[in-house]
Design a protein. Structure first.
Length: 148
């Protein structure tokens, strides 16, 4: 199955807000830019978050054991950054999501056992040194009946 991902670099008309989206392919051994994946093909352009700039779509056919990571970050005039890291399985379903805001990365929803892939994305993007706190594994016992 193919997964649709996008790259974006847009700015508001005033230039005060900016949105950047990056797509990566994650496996246990490496993290690769989705545009450089051997089974990636250009799928067109669409409108981005803001009016100035571009958003380019790609379709990627994933190998077994690979996940697609779609990230989107928005910066406001004060320089604050917020966004998300979403992990997609080969069928294109979102299986994990982490949010980034206030210099913290936090588990949001999905399978907590996939936190290794979100951490690999954070390291690949060079965000690890910029974040004060990283909590990608979720609360203990969520959905299992355990207390901790």
């Amino acid at each position: 199955m193919t997964v649709k991902v996008f790259y974006e670099d847009t700015r508001s008309k005033t230039g005060k807000h900016r949105a950047v989206a990056i797509a990566l392919i994650v496996s246990r051994s490496k993290v690769v830019d989705a545009r450089k994946h051997p089974r990636a093909r250009h799928a067109g352009k669409t409108r981005g978050v803001y009016s100035r700039g571009y958003r380019t779509l790609y379709e990627v056919e994933l190998n077994p054991g690979e996940l697609a990571a779609q990230t989107l970050f928005v910066r406001n005039p004060r320089g604050w950054v917020k966004g998300y890291i979403a992990l997609l399985d080969p069928q294109g379903r979102e299986v994990y999501r982490a949010v980034v805001r206030e210099l913290k990365a936090r588990y949001s929803r999905g399978d907590p056992s996939l936190s290794w892939a979100a951490l690999a994305v954070i390291r690949h993007l060079g965000l690890e040194g910029r974040l004060r706190r990283v909590n990608l594994e979720g609360p203990r016992g969520r959905g299992t009946g355990e207390r901790g």
